[in-house]
Design a protein around this ligand. Sequence first.
Ligand code: NAD
Length: 316
Amino acid sequence: MTAPSLPLVVVTGGAGFIGSHTVDRLIESGHRVVVLDNFSTGKRANLARWATDDRLRIEVCDVSHGIFAALAPVTAALGPVERIVHLAAQVSVVHSVANPLVDMQVNYGGTLHVLEYARATGVKKVVFASSAAVYGDVTEMPVPEDIKCAPVSPYGIDKLASELALDYYAVVHAVPATWLRFFNVFGPRQDPSSPYSGVISIFSDRARAGKGLTIFGDGGQTRDFVYVGDVVSAIAAALRDGNSRVVANVGTGREISVLELARTIVELCAGSSAITHAPARAGEILKSRARVDRLRDVLGVVATTSLVDGLRATLG
Ligand SMILES: NC(=O)c1ccc[n+]([C@@H]2O[C@H](COP(=O)([O-])OP(=O)(O)OC[C@H]3O[C@@H](n4cnc5c(N)ncnc54)[C@H](O)[C@@H]3O)[C@@H](O)[C@H]2O)c1
């Protein structure tokens, strides 16, 4: 890795879906990037285009065991880390219900390790991937950031606990931070192989293969699906933003039903996949739509990619 004048940014979880798109944008916009990833769900193939590029360095690291050791040789060679995007996480809500201690160690513990590093080394900004899961079952739509958070899963609890830790480190240790509450992110490289993966990646994968799509319940449940390119714009804006302790939803402010989504995907694939219904899943949230004023007014970002354009890019 050369070009020492370029700012050095760490992306935890950089081999994953959102992480690899973040790495692409950061390198394209003049950064050097260090990815810390344990490759539990991430893939080297997601970063293949930078394989021989000096501006990317990849360190295998489990963030729940700390990040100092992995970064020591990097910073000895390249100088200090300027900013951190913390995306590494155990990402399955269902898994968090079955294994709450693992979720806590990776998702809350991982954030504390990142913050300890940031505090000790004077990192200028930490941007954290939080989630709409912190809200729980809210009825106010679109969901504003300042509504009372009442998460209904260990995943949501650990994301909220991480937000509180970021706030604490910002106030007590002067570590500038922004936390972004992603709604339903979709786009290329989202792994459809897990049953808990994003519904769009699963539907797209099946519709492309001419297989049937199964909807849990009547399909009337709505989601705010936001394209990964727009999410990366929010991350990049938060990294640049000089404010600290900003919390912002990252969504489109629009909602679409899962039934309409399934029909749209089948139509875009020009396929004949049957859409069938299975019993509704207990605890599934019925409506979800982000209030996005703060994303626009504070970070200057509007998620402009239409669902159809995003689906076309995802379907390839
Ligand atoms: N995709 C969404 O719709 C969505 C919504 C809300 C929040 N988020 C959050 O965005 C972030 C990225 O999610 P994604 O959708 O890209 O998922 P992903 O599974 O593709 O990415 C997660 C990455 O973190 C890595 N990782 C997991 N545990 C780790 C550990 N202990 N140490 C180091 N690396 C580890 C994985 O290998 C992977 O590369 C996560 O924090 C997730 O909770 C995602």
